[in-house]
Write a protein that binds this ligand. Sequence first.
Ligand code: ARG
Length: 478
Amino acid sequence: MAGAIETTKMTERKDDRLWGGRFERAPNAGFDAFQGSFAFDQRLLPHELAVDRAWARALKGVGILNAEEVRQTVAALDRIAKRAQKEKTFLESPDAEDVHHFVESALVEELGPLGWKLHTGRSRNELVATDFRLFVKDAAAQIKTAIAELVSTFVTLAKVNLHVPMAGMTHMQHAQPILLSHFLLAHAEAFLRDIPRLESAAASADACPMGSGALAGCSFPIDREAVARELGFSRITANSLDAVSDRDFALDYLFALAGICTHLSRLAEDFVLFASQEFGYVLLPDEFSTGSSLMPQKKNPDAWELIRGKTGRITGALVGLLTTLKGLPSSYQRDLQEDKEALFAAHDQVAAMLAVATGALSATKFREDKLNCAASNSALLATEAADYLVRKGMPFRQAHDVVGKLLNQAERENKKWTELPVAELKKLSPVFEDDFSNGLDVEAALAAKSVPGGTARESVRAACKELEIKLKKLGAKP
Ligand code: ARG
C-alpha cells in the first residue's frame, strides 16, 4: 500500500544518532521518516551555527574546550556555513534527523572526535527553542520593514490624490462624501497598528533559553548572559522548565501575522469591489492581473483575490499552534516539533502578500471621473441638511426626521432632493431659509469635517504629515 508504514522494514543501525546507545534495534523506516524534521528545520541552520559558536566559547569558560579546540570548532562551523551556502547537495542529507543532528554529523566529519564535545551540557530542547526564537526575531523585523513600505505607498498615493472625492460608505451603502486620500490613509492606519504587535512578538522571542538543558538547567556553570549577548538576545529565560516548553513567542508572531492578513484581506476586498464594473473606481494594472482562458475581455483582480484567500491559512496557522499547545504538560514534548512548518509558511506567505499588495497598489490607476460621479450623489449630503437645521437651532433628532421626510418626498416625486424648491422645504419645516442651498455641495461637506482625523483636506494633509513623521522614525524611505 503506497504511503503506508512498513512494519517489518528497519533502517540500518546508525552509530551517529544523537541518542542510539540504549537501543538494540534501529527505528522502523516509516517511523524514522515520520519523526525526522530536517526537511523543514534545516531553515534554522544559520541560527543553529550561531548558537554553536557561542556555545563553544561558553564551554571554554567552564574548561570543557581549550582555546585551540574552540578555534578549530568555530572554524569548522564556519566551513559548514559556507558549504551550506555553496554546495547544493550538502543539505540533501537523508540520514540527518534534524538540524541539530546534521550539524553534529558535519562537525564530526570535519573534526573527528572533537566534534562530539560541543553538545556537552546542552539539549536539543533548548537548542530548537533558541534557534526558533532567533528566527522569529529576524522574521518580525523583515515584516516590519515590508509594512513600513506599504504604509509609505498609501501616504504617497494619498498626497497625489488629495483633490479626489469619493462616496464614503457604511453597510456598503452610500453614506457621506470623503476624500480618496482619507480612504487610503484609513488603511495606512490599520497597518501601522500591526507594527507594535510585531515588535511585541520580537520582544517576546528576545530571551535566550541556552543553559536550560533538557529541562533542569545546565550542570556546568556556563555564563548564560554571555551566550545570550553573543546571540543578540537582550535577556536570558528565567526558568529552565518553562524555557523548553514556551512557544508563546511563536503564538505572538502568528497573531501579529494574522492581524496583518486581516487588514490585507479588507484592503483586497475593497479593491476587488472597486475593480468591478459596478464600481469601476480603479483600473486594474496588467502587471498584477490575469485573464480568462475562455472570455477574451476578462481582466481579473487575482492579486487581491489571492491576498484575500491566503489570509485563511495564516489565521489557520495561529489556530493550529494554539490547538497543538492546548493541554500539553509542562516541559518539552515532541508535539512541539509541529510548531515550525506552519509558522515558516505563514511568514513566507505574509512577506509575499505584502510585496504583492504594495506593488499592485502603486500600479493601480484611480478613475477620478467615476469616483467624482459617485461622490456627487445628492443623498450623500442629507446629513449636511440636518446639520443646517441644527445650526438654526433645531434639535438634531427632529432635524433628522425633517430631512428624512424631505428625501422620502423627493423619492416619491422621482426627483433629487436637492432639486426641491425652498418653498417646498419650508412646508416641511419653517426653519429652512433661502440661504439653505448655499454651500450645500461635496466640497462644503468635506470642508466641514475639519476635526483632527476628519476628511477635510486640511485634516488629511495633516494626517499625511503625521504618518510621514512616524515612517521616518521607523526608518522607512520617504
Ligand atoms: N526536532 C525537534 C523539534 O523541533 C528538536 C528537539 C528534539 N528533542 C528531543 N528530545 N527529541 O522540536
